[in-house]
Structure formats: structure tokens, C-alpha cells
Design a protein around this ligand. Structure first.
Ligand SMILES: NC(=O)c1ccc[n+]([C@@H]2O[C@H](COP(=O)([O-])OP(=O)(O)OC[C@H]3O[C@@H](n4cnc5c(N)ncnc54)[C@H](OP(=O)(O)O)[C@@H]3O)[C@@H](O)[C@H]2O)c1
Length: 312
């Protein structure tokens, strides 16, 4: 039974999701949160991961460490994306099993689902069709992680859960020009235009594709909620169930970041739109009593304040 004195290991505690999980655990009164920097423990090193877990013996593990990025880096660094993610998750999951750690949460991503999936996407649609090519190596690694947890649960009666979040944003995000996701990248572009006081906002495609976003504090809330919850399924979607067009996200961001702007949005229709729609069916999470709470505008304001503090 996990309680406030249980030792909880958050792998990837410096990242967007890992840092939010640490904040949420502290807020909920968990006292023994175990973290370790990459310089002290490279999670792609199996022996070191096993020795660390054997020595520290946490009661619960969150796997929020991964190689993560937007469309450009996923497509360009395909080998690193498949190798790093497979290694990190294999090492942690298998070492956890060897160290008799019964409970963990593995974080995947909604890109594990087929490119042309029926909407909203149910957990059962996994492996129903072809994946999006640009992030296929990443998605294959994440699918392997899900199947690994499922297989250990079936064969060894472990309690390894896999949460599949939709696009996530919030404090501590990556705003790098080449490796960021679409939403932090929009924040950076609009902020840069505000500073320059001139120029138009150029968006790839025609702005009509719809995307779902979740605030990272809500995702962390789901992680802590499902850490303690007994569930029979291994895989569970985490989102808001609501999606909006890329154009409407750009409009909201412009109003929040640069309300007096005369910036025009230019749609570069020579660039691809990507998947027309990607929204998760969140009924399973709801059935267990979890739903996202933060208002999107409020979440964007918090995120932009964090961006200003750390990036400008
Ligand atoms: N961001 C999203 O939109 C999103 C959406 C859905 C799902 N997720 C999932 O959430 C999880 C976390 O994503 P994130 O956005 O928080 O990523 P992130 O900000 O890039 O954080 C990843 C963390 O993993 C650590 N890490 C990577 N390789 C490592 C290694 N070899 N050894 C030790 N640590 C290593 C990084 O350490 P350093 O700080 O040293 O680099 C970083 O702290 C991922 O599984 C991802 O699939 C994210």
C-alpha cells in the first residue's frame, strides 16, 4: 500500500512532465521523493539502473524520462528516438521487476495510435492501423513499453500502468527552435514577434487541423491519482477530450501574449497539415473518477509567465 512515507522514484524529474509530478507529489504531502540527475545515472545503462533500484528500493516508479521532441527532431533523429526510449524503458521496467517493485507508471504518448484512427481515440484502437511516419520510431518504442508492462502484468502479476497523454504544455517546457512541440513553438514565435514589433505569424498548413492539449499540472494530477488507484486495464488515455484548431490556439495565444498586436496569421499552405484530427476518448479515466480541471486560458497564462521567467 502506497502512503505519504513511501519512497517514490521520479525518473526524468527535470523534464516538463517529471518536474510537474514532483511538484504534485510534494503538494499532496509525499515526503520521500527520489530523483537523480542524468550525469549521475544514465538510464540507458542497464547495469547502473539495476544497481540503483536494488540499492534504493523505491515503492513506486514514474517513468517520465524519455527522448522527446517535435516533428522535426522525431523525423531527423529516428535512430536515437527508438534506441534511447527502448533502452530507458526496458532498463527501468525489467530492473523494477527484478527488484520486486510491484508498481509503476510508464508514460507514453497519444502518437502510439494509428495515423488515421477513428475519433475520439479509444485505448482499444492501439495497433489497428499504420502509424504516422515522422514519429514512427518513437511510437514503436512507446508501444513496446506498453506491451512490456502488459506482458509483465500477465505473466508476473505486477501492477504496471501505462498512461497515454495527449499534447502536453506548461512550466518547464522545451522552447527550442528545432526540437519543440507545436504549442511551445507557437508561444516562442508569438513572443519573438512581440519583441520585434513587426512581422507576421507564419503557421505551417492551413490552420484547420484540430489538436487536443492538456496542462502538465493536470497530467501530473492524473499520474498521482492513478498511482494509488487499482485498475484492471494496463493502458489508459489522459486528455481533456476537447480539441481546437491550430488557428484557434494561435488566436488565443496572440490575445494573451500580445493583445494589442496587429500581427497577421499567414498560413503556409505549401507545408503539410499533418493528421486532420487527434482527440482522445477519455471515458476510461472518467469512469475511474479522474478529469482535467484547469481552464485552458488560465493554464496558458501560467505557462507564459514561466516562459518569461526562464527564456527571455
Ligand atoms: N511533452 C509532451 O507533449 C508529451 C505528450 C505526451 C506524452 N509525453 C510523455 O511524457 C514523458 C516525459 O516527457 P517530457 O515532455 O517531460 O520530456 P522532457 O521535458 O524532454 O523530459 C525528459 C526527461 O528525461 C530525462 N532523460 C532523457 N534521457 C535520459 C537518460 N538517458 N538518462 C537519464 N535521464 C534522461 C531528461 O533529462 P535531462 O533533463 O538531463 O535532459 C529529462 O529530464 C515522455 O515519456 C513523453 O512521451 C509528453
Amino acid at each position: 500500500m502506497i502512503n505519504k512515507n513511501s519512497k517514490i522514484f521520479v525518473a526524468g524529474h527535470n523534464g516538463l512532465v517529471g518536474s510537474a509530478i514532483v511538484r504534485k507529489l510534494k503538494e499532496k504531502g509525499f515526503k520521500k521523493i527520489l530523483t537523480i540527475s542524468r550525469s549521475k545515472l544514465d538510464l540507458t545503462n542497464e547495469t547502473k539502473v539495476y544497481n540503483f533500484l536494488r540499492k534504493k528500493k523505491p515503492k513506486f516508479i514514474f517513468i517520465a524520462a524519455a527522448k522527446v521532441g517535435g516533428i522535426y527532431s522525431n523525423n531527423k533523429f529516428r535512430a536515437e528516438f527508438i534506441y534511447s526510449n527502448l533502452s530507458i524503458q526496458n532498463n527501468i521496467i525489467h530492473s523494477a521487476f527484478r527488484c520486486k517493485i510491484q508498481d509503476l507508471i510508464f508514460l507514453g504518448s497519444s502518437c502510439v495510435y494509428p495515423k488515421f484512427c477513428k475519433q475520439p481515440i479509444k485505448e482499444e484502437y492501439l495497433l489497428n492501423g499504420k502509424l504516422e511516419t515522422t514519429n514512427e520510431p518513437y511510437a514503436i518504442a512507446k508501444i513496446a513499453g506498453i506491451k512490456m508492462c502488459e506482458s509483465y502484468n500477465k505473466q508476473y502479476k505486477t501492477n504496471y500502468k501505462c498512461l497515454m497523454p495527449t499534447n502536453t504544455f506548461g512550466p518547464n517546457d522545451n522552447y527550442d527552435k528545432l526540437s519543440s512541440h507545436f504549442f511551445p513553438s507557437l508561444i516562442r514565435k508569438i513572443h519573438d514577434l512581440k519583441k520585434k514589433r513587426i512581422g507576421n505569424l507564419v503557421i505551417w498548413g492551413d490552420g484547420t487541423p484540430k489538436r487536443e492539449l492538456i496542462f502538465v499540472d493536470d497530467l501530473a494530477d492524473a499520474c498521482v491519482f492513478f498511482m494509488k488507484k487499482k485498475i484492471k486495464e494496463t493502458l489508459i488515455n489522459i486528455g481533456t477530450g476537447k480539441d481546437f484548431t491550430i488557428k484557434s490556439y494561435a488566436d488565443i495565444l496572440l490575445k494573451i501574449i500580445n493583445p494589442n498586436t496587429k500581427t497577421r496569421i499567414i498560413f503556409d499552405k505549401t507545408k503539410p497539415n499533418g493528421t486532420p484530427r487527434k482527440v482522445l476518448n477519455i471515458n476510461l479515466a472518467k469512469k475511474y473518477g479522474w478529469e482535467a480541471k484547469t481552464n485552458i486560458r488560465e493554464a496558458i497564462k501560467i505557462t507564459y509567465q514561466d516562459y518569461l521567467k526562464n527564456n527571455s
